[in-house]
Design a binder for this molecule. Structure first.
Ligand code: ZN
Ligand code: ZN
Length: 178
């Protein structure tokens, strides 16, 4: 096959190398093919609710799949274990901003999506200085101990407050009696 062989796209009429077509016989260039399918999906899902449901389900599936793959790539890059307790179960591992503030910058809309954020971390050459992997438990404990979670004020109680902490806040003597 001649690599420099060219053909005109039937839709945009531009000339492209054969490699720009998804296969030898496709009459539309890659962009036009994508556009064609996009329009087809849009028009058909307006007519058929079942098709729309199918398309939406498929989109959610691929979004979720891409997020999982990116997260697993990221976790394995960081050794795939909690830095504190060594647990290696990916279901509980989280990316932790070593100096805190990770949640804040994400809430400001600095990153488009969790996956986008993970991808930016992956391509950051200083990532091992800024981030680490912690399990959900160790992450929670770290946030409490570092005061990354808003400090409790008098009269405030949360499910994560210990009775000892609560007594201290109230100025009571710590004990089990009511
Ligand atoms: Zn085209
Ligand atoms: Zn841990």
């Amino acid at each position: 096959m001649d690599k420099m062989e060219k053909r005109n796209c039937k839709r945009c009429e531009e000339e492209f190398e054969i490699g720009k077509f998804s296969n030898k016989y496709n009459k539309l260039c890659r962009d036009c093919t994508r556009e064609y399918h996009r329009t087809y999906r849009k028009e058909r899902s307006q007519r058929e609710p079942e098709f729309k449901e199918y398309i939406d389900r498929q989109r959610r599936f691929y979004m979720r799949k891409r997020l999982i793959v990116t997260k697993e790539k990221l976790l394995s890059e960081f050794g795939g274990r909690c830095k504190k307790c060594d647990i290696a179960d990916y279901r509980v591992l989280q990316l932790d901003h070593i100096n805190g503030g990770g949640g804040k910058s994400r809430k400001n809309g600095e990153f488009k999506s969790t996956r986008q954020f993970f991808k930016e971390v992956l391509s950051d050459p200083g990532k091992f200085q800024k981030y680490q992997i912690l399990c959900a438990n160790c992450n929670w404990i770290k946030r409490i101990e570092n005061g990354e979670i808003r400090r409790l004020e008098k009269g405030e109680i949360k499910s994560s407050t210990t009775w000892k902490e609560w007594c201290k806040i109230q100025g009571w003597e710590y004990g089990w009696g009511n």
